[in-house]
Design a protein around this ligand. Structure first.
Ligand code: DAT
Ligand code: MG
Length: 149
């Protein structure tokens, strides 16, 4: 079963949207297999956003991610990587469709509330970066036959 890394960024935590994000993923039918609230070190933030290190927004992005707690999660389910990206919406909340998390709650690209892995291989790397094996729980929801034929 596929897994993805989801992070409620500092703005989402400060705006009390942790529950809303979890609720949307639960209701969709994905299974929570890892969850923690943490203050992010500069080292972890820089590693997580390594692909953007030459971009002009990199420094501000890292400062933002370490400015207040984040909520890190791993969700599991059928094609969860691509589905989560759709649920999250476009990077800029102004162009993100209503009905998506960014489209419903954001107004600024630098405060877009949530991160989701962009591909299966990225998800594997990000999960390994943010969680140890012992922090991830493999379990089967009793509702599984009501989600999958
Ligand atoms: P996404 O988070 O949708 O995968 P990304 O990987 O292109 O987007 O960029 C990572 C984050 O960097 C993004 O969530 C917000 C920030 N960011 C991207 N482009 C930006 C820009 N032009 N100005 C300010 N912040 C930006
Ligand atoms: Mg990205």
């Amino acid at each position: 079963m596929e897994r993805t890394f989801i992070m409620v960024k500092p703005d989402g935590v400060q705006r009390n949207l942790i529950g809303e994000v979890i609720s949307r993923f639960e209701k969709k039918g994905f299974t929570l297999v890892g969850l923690k609230l943490l203050s992010v070190s500069r080292e972890l933030a820089e590693k997580h956003y390594e692909v953007h290190k030459e971009r002009p927004f990199f420094k501000g992005l890292v400062e933002f991610i370490i400015s207040a707690p984040v909520t890190a999660m791993v969700w599991e389910g059928n094609d969860v990587v691509v589905s989560a990206r759709k649920m999250i919406g476009a990077t800029n909340p102004i162009t993100a469709e209503p009905g998506t998390i960014r489209g419903d709650y954001g107004v600024n690209i630098g405060r877009n509330l949530i991160h989701g892995s962009d591909a299966v291989e990225t998800a594997e790397k990000e999960i390994a970066l943010w969680f140890s094996d012992s922090e991830l729980v493999s379990w089967q929801q009793t509702i599984t036959p009501w989600l999958y034929e």
